[in-house]
Design a protein around this ligand. Structure first.
Ligand SMILES: [Zn+2]
Length: 114
């Protein structure tokens, strides 16, 4: 499953950060998940609970912030947040937009127990 490999690399990232900060464990992992990232939050949470047991994340709480799509319109120059998968500007219906957020998944914050 796609989410499993995402979580495995996420765990590696967490382990490295915990080591770099000499933390005993990780209390909280906060993620930003763009609605166009292709990541299914429920599956990600399940994979996280499965993999965390053998890592410094074993007591960690997973916080997922869903990031809506943010479009920058080149026609009317407005920035809009949309909840659906579209590239059409909701203000002027133009197709000349640029996706500026909502496409990626990022590690936002780690709460470390040192
Ligand atoms: Zn527009």
């Amino acid at each position: 499953m796609h989410e499993y490999s995402i979580v495995m690399s996420l765990m590696e990232q967490c382990e490295e950060l915990a080591l770099a900060n000499s933390a005993k464990s990780i209390d909280q992992v906060e993620l930003k998940i763009g609605i166009l990232s292709g990541v299914e939050p429920a599956l990600l949470a399940q994979a996280f609970d499965t993999f965390k047991l053998e890592t410094r994340c074993h007591n960690a709480k997973l916080v997922m912030n869903i990031q809506p799509l943010v479009l920058q319109c080149r026609t009317c120059d407005k920035q809009s947040e949309v909840q659906e998968r579209t590239i059409i500007c909701p203000v002027c219906n133009s197709h000349h937009t640029q996706v500026i957020d909502g496409e990626d998944m990022m590690l936002m914050q780690l709460v470390l127990d040192t």
